[in-house]
Design a protein around this ligand. Structure first.
Ligand code: WTA
Length: 627
């Protein structure tokens, strides 16, 4: 069995056993439930009645289940002849073979056929009260124009277009345009620096980058085009940069640049799905663009921040746009909680039906506040667990029978077609409840990742080999006595800052590029607002004389330039050496324990090369934390 390096099986089970949180039955009515409430096509599944029976059917008759969903909910250019041909242990994942469809047609044409004037997008612009609505017909039109533009500039099936834009209608149209003409899209979070962008453009070998003159967020302007200009200098494949105008500021243009036209707006009513993520992350892909549009919903594109111009922004937006489902990140909820209830109570939230949370574990305090204050105790809070690799929600409290409980801070129930399992350190499936293990998924489902672009070997190594025959999520989970799942966090060294994942190695790599730095170790520590903060332990080069504050400035600027602002360390501790194993591996586990002030469980230090290093770190940390 292969495990990621520094694999630690010490889940924070103690935190889970701090007491069983109360549960919240959302009692609407008692009694049996018709499966049609969850899925109309389930009527064709013999003897299946109720949510639990449907879940059971979806995993034990996975092919019938997914075939029915695929046939009824999607328009096919050519029907599939084989539902699936998968072998998780070899990383072979094939669904709907022989079939052919266009996802853009499913998100647009299919809806335009049924309801052309329904609002597809509500663009909640940074400037409060200036929202713009686009109907499905308009979005289709915009998408076709971008598609034609791409084709005119030589983009062909199989090419990969880089999109470096904030969340806005043109970004959605660009994604759908790529999908329409058979190109892949590489959406890069618009907060990334020129270097980070360049690396992603090179990886995708894009000939086209789509961007904007400037971005606007929280009242601040970001120079997107300038960043692209710098990035493409080291990207020889780029032939054209398409530039849309978000502000009126003119930016320098070259022969390589193509100015994009403006488009038209209008207004119509629709159901309103408010996912306030950024399209640069997977949540934006699945729950702002593809999911809502493929289902004919009206989706909100939130360009701003939760605190601009004040901490009432989300709830004022809910009132003004009459949002029915609000989907956000725990980090924002924790931040808003600190500002007090008055910012929520000021606004009418009666349109809200469901509150969602995603990206990190939501702590009980934040969950309770979200439920009691934001949702006035009447909206179910759904803590949804999934990841980029799973494509969509895999574990969530709903759908469930109306009278079934919801436990705070737990993702709880597997979604249809998902069969989670917990594994022990030996790679054996843990069957009992009230246990923790590595979270795997036992059988394939259509939305799962099938490969890593240009690196299928890595896909197999990371997801298929650790537990042969199972898809390894990299997360740990606890299964309660009642069989509910609670995610305990990453098992490897990925830090999750405000819902943004970043590998410790990526930050260390940049920190180590500072001329004064010899080496560094970066760890995540729990942070009230951001979920995790970043703590860097830095060893200076010998005889290096640099003022501490100058070094901190240098480190922050290099990290924000090469990665992004959110990756800057919250704490930097200068140390003479790092705790390492004899084979030279940095013992981050020890660093984490020191930072968590959990000195009693430092564990066995005898494997360390130089155990005295730990004492120095303990003392240094004590000084920093007293400052
Ligand atoms: C974490 C975001 C606890 C988890 C959709 C996962 C969560 C990683 C939850 C994926 C949750 C996501 N509770 N942890 N409800 N949702 N995570 O790829 O560690 O950006 O593996 O996808 O976030 O992050 P990603």
């Amino acid at each position: 069995m292969w495990l990621p390096s520094r694999f630690s099986f010490k889940f924070s089970v103690s935190a889970l056993r701090r007491g069983v949180p109360p549960s919240y039955p959302h009692v609407v009515r008692r009694g049996g439930c018709n499966t049609a409430a969850f899925m109309p096509e389930a009527a064709g599944f013999e003897g299946v009645s109720g949510r639990a029976a449907l879940q059971e059917f979806s995993v034990s008759n996975s092919e019938d289940f997914w075939a029915a969903v695929a046939r009824q909910r999607l328009s096919w250019i050519r029907p599939f002849h084989t539902v699936q041909d998968c072998d998780l242990s070899r990383g072979r994942i094939k669904w709907f073979q022989g079939g052919m469809l266009n996802v853009s047609v499913n998100c647009l044409d299919r809806q335009v056929h049924i309801c052309p004037e329904r609002v597809a997008l509500i663009w909640e612009r940074d400037e409060r009260g200036s929202e713009v609505r686009y109907t499905y017909r308009q979005l289709l039109e915009m998408t076709c124009r971008v598609g034609n533009l791409l084709k005119r500039h030589g983009v062909r099936k199989g090419d990969c277009v880089t999109i470096y834009m904030p969340t806005c209608p043109l970004a959605v149209a660009s994604m759908l345009a790529c999908a329409r003409i058979g190109a892949a899209h590489n959406v890069v979070f618009a907060g990334f620096s020129a270097d980070a962008l360049a690396e992603r453009i090179r990886d995708a070998q894009s000939s086209i980058v789509i961007t904007m003159n400037q971005g606007v967020r929280g009242g601040k302007v970001t120079e997107l085009k300038k960043t692209v200009d710098t990035a493409v200098q080291s990207c020889p494949t780029v032939r054209h940069v398409f530039v849309a105008m978000r502000t009126e500021t003119l930016v320098p243009m070259t022969d390589r640049d193509v100015l994009m036209d403006e488009y038209v707006f209008s207004y119509h009513d629709g159901d309103v799905f408010g996912c306030v993520a950024d399209i640069g992350w997977i949540t934006g892909h699945s729950y702002i663009v593809y999911g809502p549009l493929a289902n004919g919903a009206t989706t909100v594109l939130f360009e701003s921040t939760p605190v601009y111009p004040d901490p009432g922004r989300y709830w004022e937006t809910v009132e003004r746009l009459k949002i029915n489902q609000f989907y956000g990140a725990p980090t924002a909820i924790r931040l808003l909680l600190k500002y007090g209830d008055q910012w929520v109570n000021k606004y009418d939230r009666s349109s809200l039906k469901t509150l969602g949370s995603v990206g990190e574990p939501i702590n009980t305090e934040a969950w309770e506040w979200y439920h009691r204050v934001v949702g006035e105790g009447r909206c179910p809070v759904v803590d949804t667990w999934w990841q980029t690799e799973t494509g969509g929600i895999c574990i969530a409290p709903k759908p469930s029978e109306p009278d079934e409980e919801i436990v705070p801070g737990m993702a709880m129930r597997p979604f249809f077609g998902i069969k989670p399992v917990l594994m022990d350190t030996e790679g054996k499936v843990l069957t009992a409840n009230n246990t923790s293990g590595a979270l795997c998924i036992a059988q394939p489902w259509p939305g799962m990742a099938r490969t890593i672009h240009n690196n299928h070997e890595r896909f197999i190594e990371t997801y298929c080999q650790p537990y042969p025959g199972y898809f390894f999520t990299g997360d740990g989970a606890y299964r309660s006595p009642k069989g509910y799942y609670q995610i305990t966090g990453r098992l490897d060294d990925v830090i999750n800052v405000s819902g943004h994942r970043i590998g410790t190695a990526e930050i260390e790599d940049v920190v180590n590029q500072c001329p004064a730095v010899a080496e560094s170790a970066v760890i995540g520590y729990s942070h009230d607002i951001k979920g995790q903060g970043i703590y860097a332990f830095v060893v200076l080069k010998k005889n290096m004389k640099i003022k501490e504050e100058d070094l901190y400035k240098q480190l922050n600027s290099v990290v924000s330039e090469k990665i992004a602002k959110y990756a800057c360390p919250d704490f930097i501790l200068l140390v003479k050496r790092l705790p390492k194993t004899r084979s030279g591996k940095i013992m981050r586990r020890v660093l984490r324990k020191v930072v968590e002030s959990d000195l009693d469980s430092l564990g066995d230090l005898s494997t360390l090369d130089d155990p005295a290093a730990v004492q120095e770190i303990i003392e240094g940390h004590a000084k920093i934390s007293m400052k």
